[in-house]
Each structure stands twice: as structure tokens, then as C-alpha cells.
Design a protein. Structure first.
Length: 171
């Protein structure tokens, strides 16, 4: 079963399938914010438990429609226990697929899907390292607004980078 969630002219987003796991494995934390899941065995075990789809978190595959090729993933999770919103992350897996609009198309489709299907979450936010200008462009292309800077909030743990917070509100 494909479990298609949304699509546009160029891409679709669907729930992660077991055939996607080998390609996802090299990209730690791309389908789970709490565990790296950066090897196929851990991914398979986690996928068999939840399918990476729960009430408060989930992950989707970004698929190029023309070739039916997996090009990236998006994930979402609660941004905080007292915030009525979700944090969204995204990645285009291969360098050759970057700068082709896959990340922005996937982010836009997932955000729209979540606003339509999880109405209790009034806000979507992105946390982006201040040096990641390409990701800032993705956020802005998808109508996320820059809210501010979280100091020393990124990676690595030894000297965490500053991050921008972008948001989009339902309605």
C-alpha cells in the first residue's frame, strides 16, 4: 500500500515504506528526533513498531513523481509540551538532488497536510542553523516567517551553533 498523503506536479509525500530504509540509513535523525536510526537494522526495528507514524510525531518520504524515486524525507514532532505546534525537519538525501525544489515542495505539502489533518496543532516551526542559508531559503519559499535566533541551540554539543526559528500559523 502506497499510503500517499499529498502530491503536486513534481513530488508526492507518503508514509515511509520498508523499501526506503536502506536509502534513509545514512541520514541520522532524519525520521526520528530522539534516536539517530542510522543503520538499517535499527531503522527496520523502529519502522516495524510504529511505521514512523504516531499521534505526536511522524516521518514521510519525498518521492519524485516522474521517476518514482525517493529523494528525501521530512519529519515532524511536538515542538514542546506547552506549545500547540509541531517542529518540522527535512532533508534532500543526495547532493545531486539539491537545489531542485524537492525540499521546499516536501515541506509545503507536509505542512499543508498537517494543518488540514491535525487541527490541534496551530503552529509549525523550523529550527535552522544560522549558517544554513539554503534551508533559510526553503523556509521563506514556503511562507515561514523568521521569528528570531536561539543562541547555542544547534550541533555539535561541544560548541552548539546559533539557530533561526521560523514559523507558520494555521489559518
Amino acid at each position: 500500500m502506497d499510503e500517499l498523503l499529498a502530491q503536486n506536479e513534481s513530488i508526492s509525500i507518503r508514509k515511509v515504506q520498508s523499501k526506503d530504509l536502506e536509502q534513509i540509513a545514512p541520514h541520522g535523525y532524519s525520521v526520528s528526533i530522539t534516536d539517530p536510526l542510522d543503520n538499517k537494522a535499527d531503522l527496520q526495528e523502529a519502522h516495524s513498531r510504529t511505521g514512523f507514524w504516531r499521534a505526536d510525531a511522524g516521518a514521510v518520504s519525498i518521492v519524485e513523481r516522474m521517476s518514482d524515486r525517493l529523494v528525501g524525507t521530512c519529519q515532524f514532532f511536538r515542538s514542546g509540551p506547552c506549545i500547540h505546534g509541531l517542529e518540522i525537519g527535512y532533508i534532500t538525501h543526495s547532493e545531486r538532488d539539491r537545489r531542485k525544489g524537492f525540499a521546499s515542495a516536501g515541506l509545503k505539502l507536509l505542512s499543508e497536510y498537517l494543518f488540514d489533518n491535525r487541527e490541534q496543532h496551530l503552529r509549525h516551526q523550523l529550527t535552522i542553523e544560522t549558517s544554513n542559508l539554503a534551508s533559510c531559503r526553503v523556509a521563506e519559499k514556503c511562507d515561514f516567517l523568521l521569528e528570531g535566533t536561539l543562541r547555542s541551540s544547534g550541533f555539535p554539543l561541544e560548541s552548539p551553533a546559533d539557530c533561526f526559528v521560523y514559523s507558520k500559523i494555521s489559518g
